[in-house]
Design a protein around this ligand. Structure first.
Ligand SMILES: [Zn+2]
Length: 495
């Protein structure tokens, strides 16, 4: 990641005047800008009666675009205009020493007959290019992208997930990796164009399978539904971005930009070529409009769903994608979300608590219901059904553990089954104080260790029943010690 602020500091240190620094920063901060190749030459060329603009570039008198060290030149598909363009570029080359390499250049034609193509090829020496081409990592095309053209994106996600280092990750680590993969897609591909539903479905399947199985081969295994995983933490999710909704947010952002008539070139292009002075909110997309423009125009009904004053939004200088996203994903919040907020337990322990709050831990009673087990008796006491409510903390084996932890915390409370204990814990963990933080940490580590203890008991028959309380206390003490707010209180408990 580039920190452009550093560039400002360097230029200041070098004593470069502010006005020049601002020019440079304007260039590096804007993604798209017009690069005037020897400005006067271009103006002279445009005034020549033999030069004709490309039909859609005429309203803006656009002849060239540059990004980094690439340049795109536009004119009508005829020999005389191309010849003038090449002459102008050559005079630029003569004065600056910057020349192009014809072998690395391509000519792209739209409705140009063979005779003209041959003449243009002779003038420029450029081979014919065909759309789509990949530019800056994304496909550049004059038509709607086919599903195959999204394959590089899908392959990229799969290769990141298949990386050798991801094999050792826990649920929490896999969620974090998916978060970063989704983040990079949204920052790059989705800001360029909306992704089709089928591609989003494919990406969600890859991410879901990876989170729940650690593999990239498609599987239907899923402990918590993916749309829940991708909902905000307040609604019981893990805060992963819902790509379908983000798709809509990016379209609304485009619409906002068009309404705000920002000074960027592409907005001016849309106004000149498509809207022709009409209000974007009043017109319907025309048949000949590009597929992206049609998508942008079709997203107008979404404005009603976000329940925000569009006119007021237009008066604000920045479009907040996060605010709009939160409006679109609005749902019911769950009471237990506060247990996971400001929770400093180990990420893997937080995931166990999260699954338990969803009632999705694969207890024997659940597996029995799905026909995967014959016996639903608690693994630890072999007396009653192994449900979450029993396992945490009704079972004599686990009640003893939670009781010991509460005693160590100087909390006098007799553990109850989970459905009742949850109410007590929610009452005790209100607010931001250290007591709430410590209890959340203790609960999360206890639940996680009890779950591991139960799994060890079933699969390895190897348990250190007496050691579990010490292990949980060690975890709480370490996590508490590294937190400034809790350090002193944990130290007191250790005395
Ligand atoms: Zn039991």
């Amino acid at each position: 990641m580039v920190h452009w602020d550093a560039l400002v500091c360097i230029m200041k240190e070098m004593g470069i005047p502010n006005i020049f620094t601002n020019w440079v920063m304007n260039l590096v901060n804007s993604v798209c800008y017009v690069f005037k190749v020897n400005g006067r030459c271009m103006v002279r060329m445009q005034r020549a009666p033999e030069f004709h603009h490309h039909a859609k570039c005429k309203p803006l008198e656009l002849t060239n675009l540059a990004f980094a060290d690439d340049i795109l030149l536009f004119c009508r598909g005829e020999a005389q205009s191309v010849q003038l363009l090449m002459n102008t570029f050559q005079s630029f080359s003569a004065s600056t020493g910057l020349i192009f390499n014809p072998r690395k250049c391509k000519a792209f034609y739209g409705s140009v007959d063979d005779e003209n193509r041959r003449l243009i090829q002779a003038i420029t020496g450029f081979d014919e290019g065909k759309f789509p081409v990949r530019y800056l990592g994304v496909p550049l095309s004059s038509k709607k992208l086919s599903l195959n053209q999204y394959l590089p994106l899908v392959d990229k996600i799969t290769s990141r997930i298949r990386h050798w280092s991801s094999k050792m990750l826990s649920y929490a680590g896999r969620v974090q990796l998916v978060r970063s993969v989704i983040g990079s897609i949204t920052q790059y591909w989705m800001l360029n164009f909306p992704l089709p539903k089928s591609v989003l479905k494919q990406i969600n399947t890859i991410c879901r399978t990876f989170v729940w199985t650690g593999k990239s081969e498609t599987s239907r295994k899923s402990l918590v539904a993916w749309h829940k995983v991708c909902s905000p933490r307040k609604q019981g999710g893990l805060g992963l971005l819902n790509l379908a909704i983000w798709n809509q947010v990016t379209l609304l952002k485009c619409l906002w930009n068009i309404c705000n008539k920002s000074d960027s070139l592409w907005i001016r292009w849309i106004h000149k070529v498509y809207l022709k002075g009409k209000d974007v909110m009043e017109v319907e997309a025309g048949q000949s409009w590009t597929w992206i423009m049609k998508k942008v125009m079709n997203c107008k009904p979404l404005i009603a769903s976000i329940n925000l004053d569009w006119q007021r939004m237009l008066s604000i200088s920045k479009f907040s994608m996060k605010t709009v996203y939160n409006r679109l994903i609005d749902g019911n919040s769950v009471c237990w979300h506060i247990l996971l907020r400001r929770n400093i337990a180990r990420p893997r322990a937080r995931i166990t608590l999260w699954m338990m709050c969803h009632g999705q831990l694969p207890t024997k009673e659940r597996l029995y219901r799905f026909g995967m087990l014959d016996n639903k008796k608690c693994s630890l006491c072999d007396q009653v059904e192994e449900t979450v409510d029993h396992l945490f903390f009704e079972c004599p084996a686990t009640k003893r553990i939670w009781n010991a932890i509460l005693y160590w915390l100087n909390i006098h409370h007799c553990p109850l089954p989970w459905n009742l204990e949850l109410n007590w814990i929610l009452e005790k963990t209100k607010g931001k104080g250290w007591r709430a933080m410590l209890l959340k940490l203790a609960l999360t580590e206890t639940v996680h260790e009890i779950w591991l203890f139960r799994n060890d008991f079933i699969f390895n028959s190897d348990t250190h029943r007496n050691k579990i309380v010490e292990k949980i206390i060690d975890c709480i003490a370490y996590r508490g010690w590294v937190n400034r707010k809790l350090r002193l209180h944990v130290a007191n408990l250790m005395l």
